[in-house]
Design a protein around this ligand. Structure first.
Ligand SMILES: [Zn+2]
Length: 414
């Protein structure tokens, strides 16, 4: 029987490991680690060292995902995957993605030699952020066998995914082998919330019951540019006052629809001079909800509102759907079990919706998936000041081990 480390010791090791991985960067002085960049080798080596000390087998698959495996004594066992991503946005913080991978190893350490009726895979995905090739989830999509259609995408330097794989020293012909074909009983991802909800509610942790679906539109209102001094107010066809009415309408629809978020994040008035009435405005709408039918209804309402504003103001309105991702519900039974683990450790089990995409979104279409969010102080992420509280890391370790034990009980009597 090995002696299990004290929680504070394990929290320290978890945070030290995140700090250690932060040193693996393409740009000295900041954390930038994109898909298959050279410093990723170093990140894998550092994780290998910890995994080896826990007696785990490790390997890197054909798209650069890092794997550590703890086998169950039961050869018939199914697989539980604990994963998150090791890539980052440019000038990132040290915890987005990385913390989930490191916590996977910490959870294995916390379990010691407790026998489990399932094999445990900890996976550090090579690509989630979509920075290098403009498409997210390349790593997690390889595990579910849908990455082959991405091989011809090119990065800013004209390098394809297939070439990047070769340049990193991997064999693209083995891509099919990266697919996890074994029976997967579940996917569990720990991730910082990257938003302000848990902090506002005074909670350390939250189970996620859905990842919001989203749509992004390019919108245009067109009127007539004219002289700002000589054109009386009642004779104007000002595209920007129309767009302003739309921005407020989007806010109102979202405020009146529980769980809906709608954002006009970009607004470009043309010609864009202080003495010219804006004749055209190009703008965007980003709209998200955990239930696609609610989002669709709100989208239709807002597009109709755009038409109404245009009619009323003598403008024309056009819209183009640029991107749409359906909502991904997390597995109800795994998420309920995570809620039980939260309750057992004295936390509020009320689940929440993730407004951002995660690897759980990619694999959640194929495997039962659930997520545990850790509070983000200041709601801050994708920023060098991104942080996490040690007490929340301890809470995540306690809830995580509780969840894995409960899952073992459930799986044992299957
Ligand atoms: Zn992330």
């Amino acid at each position: 029987m090995t002696v299990l480390p004290a929680w504070t010791e394990l929290v320290r090791r978890t945070l030290d490991c995140c700090a250690d991985l932060a040193a693996c960067t393409e740009k000295p002085g900041e954390i930038t680690r994109t898909f298959l960049c050279a410093p990723m080798h170093d990140a894998h080596a550092r994780l290998d060292a910890w995994a080896a000390s826990l007696g785990l087998e490790t390997h890197v698959d054909a798209v650069g995902n890092w794997h550590a495996l703890r086998r169950s004594p039961n050869p018939e066992a199914r697989n539980l995957v604990i994963g998150s991503h090791l890539d980052s946005v440019p000038n990132a913080g040290p915890y987005d993605g990385v913390l989930g991978v490191v916590l996977g190893l910490s959870l294995l350490e916390a379990l010691g030699d407790t026998p489990l009726p399932y094999h445990l895979h900890v996976v550090g995905f090579s690509e989630e952020e979509g920075v290098r090739f403009g498409v997210p989830f390349i790593g997690s999509r390889a595990l579910i066998g849908t990455a082959d259609e991405l091989l011809n995408l090119t990065d800013a330097g004209g390098v394809t995914v297939a070439q990047a794989i070769r340049e990193y020293g991997l064999d693209v012909r083995e891509l099919e082998g990266a697919r996890l074909r074994d029976d997967v009983l579940g996917y569990f991802e720990l991730h910082i919330e990257q938003g302000p909800v848990l902090e506002a509610e005074g909670r350390s942790l939250g189970a996620v019951n859905a990842i919001a679906g989203q749509a992004r539109f390019n919108l245009t209102l067109t009127g007539k540019a004219n002289h700002a001094g000589t054109t009386p107010m009642h004779l104007r066809r000002d595209a920007l006052t129309g767009a302003s009415a739309f921005v407020l309408a989007a806010e109102e629809v979202a405020r009146n629809t529980p769980g809906l978020v709608a954002t006009v994040g970009s607004l470009r008035p043309l010609p864009g001079a202080s003495n010219v009435i804006p004749g055209e405005v190009q703008f965007t709408l980003d709209i998200r909800h955990a239930r696609d039918e609610v989002r669709h209804r709100a989208q239709e309402e807002l597009l109709a509102e755009g038409e109404r504003i245009a009619r009323e103001r003598g403008l024309t309105f056009t819209h183009e759907l640029r991107m749409e991702e359906p909502a991904t519900p997390m597995d109800p039974s795994l998420t309920a079990l995570l809620g039980e683990a939260l309750s057992a450790e004295g936390h509020v089990p009320t689940p929440m919706v993730s407004g951002a995409g995660h690897d759980a979104m990619a694999v959640g279409h194929v495997w039962p998936a659930t997520m545990l969010f850790l509070r983000s102080p200041g709601g801050l992420s994708h920023h060098p000041d991104e942080t996490v509280l040690p007490e929340d890391v301890e809470a995540a370790l306690r809830v995580g081990t509780q969840f894995l034990r409960m899952l073992a009980e459930r799986e044992g009597v299957r």
